[in-house]
Design a protein around this ligand. Sequence first.
Ligand code: FE2
Ligand code: FE2
Length: 472
Amino acid sequence: MPEKIDYDSKIPNNVSLADDRRLQRALEGWQPKFMNWWAEMGPTLETHGVYLRTAVSVGRDGWAHFDHVNVPDYRWGIFLAERDPDRTIAFGEHKGEPAWQQVPGEYRADLQRLIVIQGDTEPASVEQQKLLGLSAPSLYDLRNLFQVNVEEGRHLWAMVYLLHAYFGREGREEAEGLLHRNSGSPDTPRILGAFNEETADWLAFYMFTYFTDRDGKYQLGTLKESAFDPLSRTCEFMLKEEAHHMFVGTTGVDRVVQRSAELIREHDTMDIAAHGGIPLDLIQKYINFHYTVSLDLFGSETSTNAANYYTAGLKGRWMEPRRKDDHQLTDDSAELRRPREDGTWETDELQKILLLNLDLRGEYIADCQTGVKRWNRILEDAGISFRLALPHPGFNRQVGINSGHHITPDGTIVDEQTWQDGQKHWLPSSEDFAFVRSLMHPVYERGKIASWVAPPRQGINGKPFDYEYVYL
Ligand SMILES: [Fe+2]
Ligand SMILES: [Fe+2]
C-alpha cells in the first residue's frame, strides 16, 4: 500500500523510490542542492529545535507526528495521496476515460509548464519570509512560521519528484531552475509577481498566508482534478498540509483585529498607533494590497490557455465532480463585467469555457469573504462600528481586464489624478510600512507576546500557548 511512508531511505517517500534506482539517484543528486538552497535562502534565525509536524502517513487519520526537530534535519520527502485504481477523468474531451499514469506526449509541454509554475511558488514563499523569524511576536508564531516554511519546502519536493519521474532530462533541468530563480532577484526572479514581493512584517505574513496561500489552495484544487494521476495525488496531499497555512493566516488576522479592538476600547480612540497597536484602517490597507496581488495570480479573466487545459483534462475546476453540468462546457455561457473607457461598466456574455480563471477567482473571493466576516464579528462583539471589507476585484490590478484602469475599492472608475490622490488612503504607504515595522520586536520568552497581537485561543497539537515551541 502506498499509504505507509518509508522513512529509512535517504529521501522519505511513499512512491517505492527504492524500486527505481535511476530516479532515486537523480533525486539524491538534487537533495544536496536543495539543502544548500535552504541554508542560503531559508529562514535566517538559528534555532535548536522547533516543535514541528512531520507527515508519517497519507491516510485520513493520524497522518502527522509532532516533535522538536532541528530544522535542517527535517525529513523532506515525497508523499502522494493513495491511488484510486478506478479513477476516471472527470471533465474535458477525455471525460470518462481512465486517469493517466504516464504523461501523454501531446500534453507533455503543457503539463510540465503547469508543474513548474506551481513548483516555483513553493520555495518563493520561503525566500519571501526569510527574515521574519528575527521579529516573531511569540514562540508559538515562530513555530508556525517554521512549519509553513518546511512544508513549502516539501511542496517543492512534490513538484520536483514529478519533474524527475515523468519529464526526463527537461524535467531535471526545470528542477534545477526552481532553485536557481529567487524571489525578488533582478536577473532571475520567480515566475509570478506576488512571489517577488518581500513579506516584510508579521501582519504581511498573516495576510500572505490568508490571501496568497489561499490562492495556492485553489490552484492545487484545480490540479487535483487533473487527468494526470500522479499530479492529482500529489496535490491532494499538499492540500492537507496547506490547510494549516491558511489557519495561520485566518487566526493571525483574528488576533491582530482582536488586539486592536482591545486597545481601541481601553484608550477610547481609533488612533491606537501610539499605544503599540495597529489601527483598523491600516489593517484594511494591508487587506487591500494582499487581496489584490493575490487576485492577479488567477490570470486574465478570459483565457484560451485555461480553456485548452480544461478540454485536454490537465486542469479542472474547483470541486469539478460536484458541478452540475456536462463537464465539457462547449455550449455554456457566462457573464463578464468589464470597465469601459467612459468610466462605466459593461457586461459581456462569453463562452463559459473561456472564463475558467474567472470561475476559480469567484470561488476564491467567496472563500475570502468568510475571513472578513469573522474579523468583523470580533469588531462587532467589541462594540466597534468600523468594518473591514474586500475591495472591488477591479481595484489595484496589474493583470487582466482591469489593469490599465483606475478603479477605487468601491468599484468606481476614476481618472489618474483621483487615483493618485486616493492611493494613500487605500494602500499601505512607505510610512505605514515603517510604522508596522517599528512594532516588530521579537518576543522569544515563553508565554509572552508582542503588544500588537492577541495570544491564540489554543496552542498547537493540544499544547498550551506557553509551551516551549522553539528552543533558541
Ligand atoms: Fe505550498
Ligand atoms: Fe502554503
